[in-house]
Ligand binder design. Sequence first.
Ligand SMILES: NC(=O)c1ccc[n+]([C@@H]2O[C@H](COP(=O)([O-])OP(=O)(O)OC[C@H]3O[C@@H](n4cnc5c(N)ncnc54)[C@H](O)[C@@H]3O)[C@@H](O)[C@H]2O)c1
Length: 309
Amino acid sequence: MSERFLVTGANGCIGAWVVKQLLEQDIEVTAFDLKADEHRHLLINHGSMPKAKWAFGDLTVAQDVEDAMAGVTHVVHLAALQVPFCRANPALGASVNVVGTVNIFEAAKKLGVKNISHASSIAVFGLAADYPDEKLSLDAQRLPTTLYGVYKTAAEDVAKVYWNEYGIRSVGLRPHTVFGPGRDQGMTSQPSVAIEKANKKEKFHVEYGGVLDFQYAPDVAAAFILAARTNIDGAPVVNINGHVVGVSDFVEIVKAVSGFSDLTYGTNQLPVVYSADAQDWIDIASPPPATDLEIAIAESLKVFSKSAV
Ligand SMILES: NC(=O)c1ccc[n+]([C@@H]2O[C@H](COP(=O)([O-])OP(=O)(O)OC[C@H]3O[C@@H](n4cnc5c(N)ncnc54)[C@H](O)[C@@H]3O)[C@@H](O)[C@H]2O)c1
């Protein structure tokens, strides 16, 4: 049976890259999101819209999810509300991030879909100060400090229950700081905005400093596709890794690669752990290494410079 992927949150940053990469592999895609929003697709596809089957609906409405999943072999479940949106509207955040995930697994149970990847987050962990080591061990306890982190923790456990009780396989990935074209919202989007501003030669200040695990959006998208194709039993949720470097280092690379020097950064470390062991993911899927940071930033600048939007 040939593959057809359902991508939820298809208009989001990671979703737009997942749709693009699947179509480049000649895979049929059902792209699910609340409503039409072309801006990230146009940005990363140099002004044209990808030829996916569009399914607009609400993740919190079970029937919308079931309708979108009809005829699908694989699911990449990304739709969610990020930290600021969960903070602004906690009930909606719980509804989208938790109930929405339940709807995905219920539809998968009903329709017999067993290849699912879903987005958790590094936010299931606590503050760096909560752990003895700088690099979180594989068995580090989840200690979420935001509602978003609590919802993602619940969603991880939802996936495990659907494996234990119904044999629905899934792999959850916990991205950290996704960067690149299309990353224009959420707490850690500012380094990506710095790349966009450098391309336009517009001054920009990243409000924080410290260290983050920078993960290139096309790499993360490829990881979600790989995870959905991993036919392993269980419902593991794993950390993925990119480049654990200072915000200052990142911005200095943007300055060097773009030749634009009017970019600055703060000093405060965001209250998140910044490095987590990704060995479980390597063992499960043998992912390719992260794209070199300079190459990723140079590619990103090129996308922004070619953009028609
Ligand atoms: N970007 C990061 O750095 C990062 C880090 C860790 C985890 N994640 C997780 O990865 C996933 C994708 O992240 P992203 O950066 O692409 O997010 P994004 O905010 O760019 O996109 C999320 C998409 O979900 C859609 N959506 C929201 N509510 C919906 C609903 N009720 N029904 C249908 N669609 C809905 C939005 O319209 C949006 O297009 C999310 O689950 C996010 O929590 C992202």
